[in-house]
Design a protein around this ligand. Structure first.
Ligand code: PEP
Ligand code: MG
Length: 912
């Protein structure tokens, strides 16, 4: 994930020795160098907006500091030069006794990391300059309050003094004066508090609070640099997948004060509603306060609209600035501002975060306003957001009793009875109950319980905890780290703020918001799924605004995408749904799914067959049923390709469980009542037992050692296709051989298949154009793709098995047992089973594409592993030049959208 490009050269063309940039020098595209805050302050400055003057120390300086333990040699002089210029401009000097310039020192990384890193305000105040500030502001109380804030913040963040010591002293001062809010402390009280705070610093650090303003500034800069590597910042980056080597910029900004009286204040605003996307006046304002007061929630804010009554001039100016910013950034912006004695100042802006629904709405609204074009609209939304909109959700109108909130770890809305251990989860779910598994945290032993549960709720752990990772992998709703919940697994109950939830009580959890409710909250299907299902029409008068927005963006994605999107489906019902969702064929029909249920016995007979005659008999029985399956599938996908994969899994998967069967046989024997069939079955189970079934007798190997198996399947496909043709259908079957490692395997199976197809053509008189291809899911197949392409008309990359075999990971075992540890240690940011490992597995895919096409230029190339529906992986498959991705029906819209996004960002397909 690291970005190696030199930001100086790549982005700015500015000379690479420079570490400090005045706000007038940067712009919004320099986030790598100046951090998000610095880049946007510069942009606003250049737009002529009222930004307090200042400068930014680059992330490069931070990186040098963190790498070498010392700031770059040139930094001090550069800061001095910029400080001189700032002082000249402001007509006052940092910490000057009679008329001090004060500055804030704020962190600002490329990606926003809210509350993770440090900020120090009021730098420049000292025993001397506090008096100057009092005079300058004509307000003694304000000056001493600012000074105590500086010592408190500086003490805590720069000198690492326990913040509670200051808080306790502040509380004591309020108690002594019998007041409850800070603002009731007067200048004299605050003066005493400053003395007390300075004493705390001296006792705790063995040094005086620095009186030299430049020393304050330099120490604050270092503290901001250091705050990049605090444990909480590192954890946040791991969870948000932000690279660790970016470093933070530091913004030095002349102070403006929102706490100079009732004509001052501070606030936050959004240019439109981040929840719905609608335009309007959204935000909060706090009179006579500094930014930190808003965050701390000390006093109640008022809605931004009320600012119009408090200070109309500033309000009007703010509205105008918000419009300027929206038109300039062409997106929703969020803003922090301060009003100092009736003068409005902009302290920050950035493109604001929004909900998934708002992202789609805003993108289309901006197109309608003529601010962006459709290509840009496509970049403003993501497949992950679309996926979120497709989960069923709780009815917004329902009455709810929220009892807690945790981390939204895996989306969805789940309702069920509370259970506190896996055993009960399994037992109850077997008897038809829906359950929510509640644990303090989960571990691999809970896996079966997690599978049985509707959703998982834990009181500990973050987005990479075991519960979160496994739940996401299973597509199961999960809320984790709901710390208010006291989970008592022994007494089978949880307690939260006096409410007790006993085993069996119904709870509802929302994996998209992290909210936990007592009782059953009704679930409604997502309108977006209703739309994809064709049950809601985007053009209808009463169509949901969101649905209309999704429809427009999907239409655009479909117009521009190069990748086709197919479905992994093996029955007509799934195929039809996939088609409604926009599938352009089936990329993987797993025929083993057709061998389950009541056909298992027939498969058992095939496996147990001792003689050729017995085996042929059982295959003959299976043939018509297989054929019927294919007829239905080809009909559902009429006119579109259907890739049918011949049998893949090891045969013991079709036989009873070894332990269950052994017990049954032993019991029967003890009753002298042995069943001949069970005995034969048990023998077969033992014979077919494998130490590592993933690497045993499966895939093409089955076809080669069990005579007649693959040919039966090929015959079923060919006869079904002939029948569909006779019925005036348009079947487009493709026969796919799994787990091929060498071209010789493929050649043998291929010859047999061609013979069968020729026979069926002759028997039916129908001209069948069936293509034959293979999966590429073993490293050897990828490495010899050039040879394999001699015998294959298409490749479908089976990236599930390819990931298993390239990494040597058995998926079923590793995900639950040690992936959490790997994610926490940052070995990978995301499971390679979720997002394709570009450097390893991806390299094999890339090389195999090249080699395959070199042999056979018209080789058709697709992917049918889980990665086919993963947004980031779809971009990779576009880039390496595949023809299609195939994924489960529910992920098709996401794949369509991401294929469109990939095509409209790519600079052409020169990879082909
Ligand atoms: C694969 O290996 O990627 C694949 C699609 O096959 P399966 O998941 O059925 O093994
Ligand atoms: Mg496979």
């Amino acid at each position: 994930m690291s970005e190696n490009k030199d930001p100086h050269v790549a982005e700015s063309g500015l000379e690479s020795v420079k570490f400090v940039y005045d706000f007038t020098e940067g712009n919004k595209d320099l986030k790598d160098l100046l951090g998000g805050k610095g880049a946007n302050l510069a942009e606003m400055t250049n737009l002529g907006l009222p930004v307090p003057p200042g400068f930014t120390i680059s992330t490069e300086a931070c990186k040098t500091y963190l790498d070498s333990g010392d700031e770059p040699a040139a930094l001090r002089d550069e800061v001095s030069a910029h400080l001189d210029a700032l002082e000249e401009r402001m007509g006052k000097k940092l910490g000057q006794a009679d008329n001090p310039l004060l500055v804030s020192v704020r962190s600002g990384a490329k990606f926003s990391m809210p509350g993770m890193m440090d900020t120090v305000l009021n730098i420049g105040l000292s025993d001397k300059s506090v008096k100057g500030l009092a005079e300058q502001a004509g307000d003694e109380r304000f000056a001493w309050d600012s000074y105590r804030r500086l010592i408190q913040m500086f003490g805590k963040t720069v000198l690492a003094v326990d913040g509670d010591l200051f808080e306790d002293a502040l509380e004591a001062a309020k108690t002594a004066k019998k007041v409850t809010v800070d603002t009731d402390l007067e200048a004299a009280d605050l003066k005493k508090l400053v003395t007390k705070f300075k004493k705390i610093v001296k006792t705790e650090c063995g040094r005086d609070f620095p009186q030299d303003p430049r020393e304050q500034m330099d120490l604050a800069i270092h503290a901001v640099f250091d705050s990049w590597n605090t444990d909480r910042a590192k954890l946040y980056r791991r969870q948000e997948r932000i690279p660790h080597d970016l470093g933070t910029a530091v913004n030095i900004c002349s102070m403006v004060f929102g706490n100079l009286g009732p004509d001052s204040g501070t606030g936050v605003a959004f240019t439109r509603d981040p929840a719905s996307g609608h335009q309007g006046v959204y935000g909060d304002y706090l009179q006579n306060a500094q930014g930190e007061d808003v965050v701390a929630g000390i006093r109640n804010t008022v809605p931004l609209a009320e600012l119009e009554l408090i200070d109309k001039k500033s309000y009007d100016q703010l509205m105008q600035i918000m419009e300027t910013l929206e038109n300039h950034y062409k997106d929703l912006c969020d803003i922090e501002f301060t009003i100092e004695r009736g003068q409005l100042w902009m302290l920050q802006t950035r493109v604001g975060k929004r909900t998934a629904g708002a992202a789609f709405r805003i993108a289309t609204q901006l197109v309608d306003q003529g601010l962006i074009d459709e290509a840009e609209a496509l970049q403003r939304v993501t497949g992950a957001q679309l996926a979120q909109l497709m989960f069923p959700r709780f009815d917004e109108d329902a009455k709810v009793e929220q009892i807690g909130r945790g981390i939204a770890a895996s989306p969805g809305a789940a309702v069920g009875k509370a259970v506190f251990d896996s055993y009960t989860a399994i037992k109850w779910s077997r008897s038809g109950e829906k359950v929510i598994l509640i644990r303090r945290e989960t571990n691999p032993d809970d896996l079966d319980g997690m599978i049985a549960a509707e959703g998982i709720l834990t009181s500990r752990g973050g987005k990479t905890s075991h519960a979160a990772v496994v739940a996401r992998g299973m597509g199961k709703t999960c809320v984790c780290g709901a710390e208010d919940l006291e989970v008592d697994t022994k007494r089978r109950r949880l307690t939260v703020n006096g409410t007790i939830v006993e085993e069996g009580d119904v709870v509802s959890i929302d994996g998209s918001t992290g909210k936990v409710y007592l009782g059953e909250v009704p679930v409604v299907p997502s309108p977006v799924v209703e739309y994809f299902e064709g049950r809601m029409h985007a053009g209808a008068d009463d169509a949901d605004e969101l649905v209309a927005a999704v429809h427009r963006i999907m239409a655009y994605a479909d117009r521009v995408r190069r990748l086709r999107v197919r479905a992994n489906a093996d029955n007509a019902e799934d195929a039809l749904r996939a088609r409604r969702f926009g599938a352009q064929g089936i990329g993987l029909c797993r025929t083993e799914h057709m061998f389950l249920g009541d056909r298992r016995e027939q498969v058992e007979r095939l496996i147990l067959a001792d003689t050729d005659a017995e085996r042929e008999e059982s295959l003959k029985e299976l043939l018509p049923r297989q054929k019927q399956d294919f007829i239905e599938l080809f009909e559902a996908m009429d006119g579109l390709p259907v890739t049918v994969r011949l049998l893949d899994p090891p045969l013991h998967e079709f036989l009873p469980d070894i332990t269950e069967l052994s017990v049954r046989v032993a019991l029967a024997e003890s009753r002298k009542d042995s069943n001949e069939n069970d005995l034969r079955l048990l023998q077969a189970v033992h014979r077919l037992h494998e130490q590592n079934p993933m690497l045993g007798l499966r895939g093409v190997r089955l076809g080669l050692v069990i005579p007649g198996l693959f040919t039966m399947q090929v015959r079923a496909i060919a006869e079904a296709a002939a029948e569909r043709k006779n019925a005036k259908g348009d079947p487009r079957a493709e026969i796919m051989i799994p787990l091929v490692g060498t071209v010789q395997e493929l050649e043998i199976v291929r010859d047999e298949a061609e013979q069968v197809i020729a026979e069926v053509q002759q028997q039916t008189g129908v001209d069948l154009k069936l293509s034959l291809g293979t999966m590429i899911e073993l490293p050897r197949a990828a490495l010899t793709a050039g040879q394999i392409a001699e015998a294959a008309e298409f490749f479908s990359f089976g990236t599930n098995d390819l990931t298993q075999t390239v990494w040597g990971f058995s998926r079923d075992d590793v995900e639950a047992s040690f992936f959490t540890a790997y994610l926490e240690k940052g070995i990978f940011g995301v499971s390679p089973f979720e997002t394709i490992d570009k450097d390893g597995v991806g390299k094999l895919v890339r090389d195999a594409v090249k080699a395959g096409r070199a042999t056979r230029p018209d080789l058709k190339l697709g992917v049918c592993g889980e990665h086919g529906g993963d947004p980031e992986s779809v971009h990779f498959f576009h880039e390496v030049g595949l023809d299609y991705v195939s994924c489960s029906p529910f992920r098709i819209p996401v794949a369509r959208l991401e294929a469109g996004r990939a095509a409209s960002t790519s600079k052409g397909s020169d990879h082909r």
